[in-house]
Design a protein around this ligand. Structure first.
Ligand code: 13P
Length: 250
């Protein structure tokens, strides 16, 4: 049985005190949940505090990025080993904002994926087409290409440490959500593409999250689709009440 997951990507929001307040709110509102895994991704400076704060909780902590090498002269970067040393076992890779604003290519992401998996970390691998791609009816080809170049080199055994997040760029932070049917159509395509390359069992087991303007008001109809296994939430994850409402929509 694949897992239902609701993850909050807090991006470059919330300072130390604000992060702590949000974590306390989430602990309070999500004290018991059984059918869903909850992950939060605060910014780097707040990760250690978050892992300490959530030690007795089932809420997991993820980083939003990491560097592909072990250590060295890479000013401003953070390694997998550093993350693991503070109890962070999960990392978001390939977010469209990393691809667009920081020039992260499929090749670079493939290398980051390798490093994360070699360090026994779980990867939340993000990908998704831009509006122009969809207008040109190229969205399936774009998504397939991102998946194949960034991820399809991994060994079969490593799929258990991979969570996918389909995030159409045109739906991120825009208030415009993919319809449940559009999400389902793409998620089914992604699962089929994985099945063709790695077999049906792996494809059935991998959780595919939808991301892009998920809110308490639309989460339930999106999550109800058979190939949508949860969400990667941006804006609506910055408030404990709305994130908890989304988690409860599973
Ligand atoms: P929004 O939920 O703010 O659209 O952001 C989605 C996202 O980018 C999650 O990674």
């Amino acid at each position: 049985m694949r897992k239902n997951i609701v993850a909050g990507n807090w991006k470059m929001n919330k300072d130390l005190l604000e992060t702590k307040e949000l974590l306390l709110g989430l602990k309070d509102k999500l004290s018991s949940f059984s059918n869903v895994e909850i992950i939060v991704a605060p910014t780097f400076t707040n990760l250690y505090m978050a892992t300490e704060e959530l030690k007795q909780s089932e809420i997991q902590v993820a980083a939003q990025n990491m560097h592909q090498t072990k250590s060295g002269a890479y000013t401003g970067e953070i390694s997998a080993g550093m993350l693991k040393s503070i109890g962070v076992e999960t990392v978001i890779l390939g977010h469209s904002e990393r691809r667009a604003h920081f020039g992260e290519t499929d090749e670079l992401l493939a290398s980051k994926v390798n490093t994360a998996l070699q360090n026994d970390m779980t990867v939340i691998f993000c990908f998704g087409e831009e509006l122009q791609d969809r207008k040109e009816n190229a969205h399936f080809a774009v998504v397939e290409n991102q998946l194949k170049k960034g991820l399809f080199h991994i060994d079969e055994v490593n799929w258990k440490n991979v969570i996918l997040a389909y995030e159409p760029v045109w739906a991120i932070g825009t208030g415009e959500t993919a319809s449940p049917e559009q999400a389902q159509e793409m998620h089914a395509f992604i699962r089929k593409t994985i099945a063709q390359a790695f077999g049906g069992t792996i494809a059935d087991e991998v959780s595919i999250l939808y991301g892009g303007s998920v809110k308490p008001g639309n989460a339930q109809e999106i999550f109800a689709k058979s190939d949508v296994d949860g969400g990667l939430i941006g804006g609506a994850s910055l408030d404990a009440e709305s994130f908890a409402a989304i988690a409860n929509a599973i």
